[in-house]
Design a protein around this ligand. Structure first.
Ligand SMILES: *[C@@H]1O[C@H](CO)[C@@H](O)[C@H](O)[C@H]1NC(C)=O
Ligand SMILES: *[C@@H]1O[C@H](CO)[C@@H](O)[C@H](O)[C@H]1NC(C)=O
Ligand SMILES: *[C@@H]1O[C@H](CO)[C@@H](O)[C@H](O)[C@H]1NC(C)=O
Ligand SMILES: *[C@@H]1O[C@H](CO)[C@@H](O)[C@H](O)[C@H]1NC(C)=O
Ligand SMILES: *[C@@H]1O[C@H](CO)[C@@H](O)[C@H](O)[C@H]1NC(C)=O
Ligand SMILES: *[C@@H]1O[C@H](CO)[C@@H](O)[C@H](O)[C@H]1NC(C)=O
Length: 503
């Protein structure tokens, strides 16, 4: 409630409204397939998928019901699933908000598979972002526990007898990355005969992207799309932000991942001054767990491993056909080199907005020192945007892309950075004219707009498409999902943002 107390009355009303919506969502969503909820969710976002459109008429009617006063009694909870718990699963998530979000979905799924009791996940407080937020500062705890009752038992903390104060020592271990059901059933489950509590101290990518039963894949989605809701405070401020931007017209959310941590760890310094490059290098050496120390920036860049610079981004957006009146929301933290580096982008696209410009200092004050809460706002604005473009494919890019697919394949342009730096260099040294460059950029991205597609399956898990970027099992009817394919040629046309040549 810390933030809520400070919110002006208008936001109080929004919170009320959001609560009513939530109540309604719980009622409508509980026990039904994620699919059904999707139909209601898309009625607020734009979409073009014909199959989803068929369901829209009905869902609009249901949406209107939100305006009706709801009975004041709390919504009925879904009946809890009865099972004998095999033990307690405690988890400490690692990484930034979106990496942890995916991990939470995985951990619920593992707890369900093994019939465990899950303790509310601990969030990372020691990562580069050093945010002290707990689960309940970011996510609606009651909703999370209540809406998953029919799958898995979730408790706020371990029973006293298992706490450290009582000298109980749980088994602490990181599960093997990208493991499947067999690993958890055969390697992890037996450990519970000796230990009542197992503590997974790492959670990133511990469950395979593929080869998991459809029920469990759908549970991952249910957690992601339904059980994980931000707190009322974050939702209210995020909705306010979205409303302010939408009042000015359609917008592109640009995840300009040109941030200090990204540059320090990737070793990408193009466009930086010598002092800046030194500063980044010092930072990289200061983090002992970052193993790779000596990096040649240009090599990295040519392999497509650098985030696009603000200057490169300006050219690519123009090449893709975005006109200079496009409203661009910068969904990132502090841009490295700040205004100096944003200049090129702003010169081409004067309608750049940032949350700091749109919200009052009072609105943002309590969020400012909490990178995960700020990231939650960016998440909301990015999911709601007309087009989303990340300049690097990290966890935020992927999780937001997945959410947008779920909302009816809203356009996400997945930049092919390796190809783009080739083209940029050829254009800049005069080999490619603007038109040739622009055509090549468009051609390279025709099929990279978040259309329905299969996930790529590879020999190495690292090379596979990430489940949460394209959780297709959750929004198609047949298990093969072929019913979704072949419909990805259409695009959302935005009056202010129409690419010149039909991207
Ligand atoms: C989980 O519980 C169900 C019954 O509720 C049982 O059928 C299943 O075998 C159990 N699985 C494990 C791994 O304990
Ligand atoms: C996780 O636990 C293992 C075993 O106790 C330990 O070796 C490892 O350093 C821990 N990792 C983290 C990130 O705490
Ligand atoms: C935007 O582009 C149009 C031509 O396409 C030009 O007339 C106008 O001056 C430009 N506006 C800005 C702010 O650059
Ligand atoms: C945020 O952190 C800065 C520096 O660490 C501190 O000066 C400021 O008071 C903090 N603001 C809030 C609202 O906690
Ligand atoms: C431009 O760069 C490409 C490769 O980066 C090179 O092959 C080509 O010769 C260059 N052209 C000119 C005119 O410098
Ligand atoms: C999509 O495009 C491909 C070729 O570009 C075409 O064969 C296919 O029929 C199109 N599908 C739809 C649904 O328009």
């Amino acid at each position: 409630m810390r933030v809520g107390e400070k919110l002006p009355q208008l936001q109080g009303q929004m919170i009320q409204r959001t609560r009513r919506l939530q109540v309604w969502f719980i009622r409508v969503c509980s026990g039904i397939l994620v699919w059904a909820c999707l139909l209601q969710l898309v009625s607020v976002g734009e979409m073009w998928h014909p199959r989803l459109l068929t369901g829209l008429a009905g869902s609009t009617r249901m949406w209107v019901r939100v305006e009706d006063p709801l009975p004041s009694s709390p919504p009925p909870l879904v009946p809890a699933r009865e099972y004998t718990s095999n033990g307690f699963l405690k988890v400490s998530c690692n990484g930034g908000l979106n990496q942890m979000r995916a991990a939470i979905c995985d951990m619920v799924t593992i707890a369900r598979l093994l019939n465990l009791t899950l303790v509310i996940p601990e969030l990372d407080k020691t990562s580069f972002w050093a945010d002290h937020s707990n689960f309940e500062d970011i996510f609606d705890l009651r909703h999370f526990i209540g809406s998953l009752r029919d799958e898995v038992r979730i408790i706020k903390r371990l029973p006293k007898k298992f706490s450290q104060r009582y000298q109980y020592q749980p088994l602490v271990m990181p599960p093997v990355s990208w493991s499947n059901e067999k690993y958890y059933l055969q390697q992890i489950l037996p450990l519970f005969s000796k230990h009542r509590v197992i503590h997974f101290n790492k959670t990133d990518a511990r469950l395979a992207n593929n080869g998991i039963s459809i029920e469990l894949q759908r549970l991952r989605c249910r957690v992601n799309f339904q059980a994980l809701k931000f707190t009322h405070e974050i939702e209210a401020l995020g909705n306010k932000l979205v409303r302010i931007i939408q009042e000015k017209g359609p917008y592109l959310a640009l995840h300009l991942r040109y941030e200090m941590d990204m540059l320090a760890f990737s070793g990408c310094t193009r466009g930086c001054s010598e002092e800046e490059a030194e500063e980044l290098k010092r930072l990289r050496y200061a983090f002992p767990w970052w193993r790779e120390k000596e990096i040649v920036s240009e090599e990295r860049r040519s392999q497509g491993l650098c985030p696009l610079t603000p200057e490169e981004t300006a050219l690519i957006l123009q090449a893709l056909g975005f006109v200079n009146t496009t409203q661009i929301y910068i969904a990132s933290g502090e841009i490295f080199g700040s205004e100096r580096r944003l200049e090129a982008l702003r010169a081409t696209f004067p309608r750049i907005v940032k949350k700091e410009m749109l919200l009052g200092p009072e609105d943002i004050r309590l969020f400012r020192n909490h990178s995960s809460q700020m990231a939650a706002l960016d998440f909301m604005v990015s999911v709601a945007s007309n087009t989303f473009i990340p300049t690097y494919d990290g966890n935020m890019a992927r999780v937001v892309e997945g959410h947008r697919r779920y909302l009816g394949f809203k356009k996400t342009i997945h930049l092919d950075r390796k190809r783009l730096v080739e083209l940029l260099d050829l254009h800049q040294n005069g080999t490619l004219s603007w038109d040739e460059f622009s055509d090549a950029v468009r051609l390279a991205h025709e099929r990279k707009m978040g259309q329905p597609a299969h996930r790529r399956i590879a020999d190495k898990p690292k090379e596979e498409d990430y489940f949460y970027a394209n959780p297709r099992e959750c929004f198609c009817k047949s298990t093969s999902c072929d019913d979704l394919l072949g419909t990805g040629n259409k695009t959302i046309i935005e009056p202010d943002m129409i690419p010149k040549k039909g991207v």
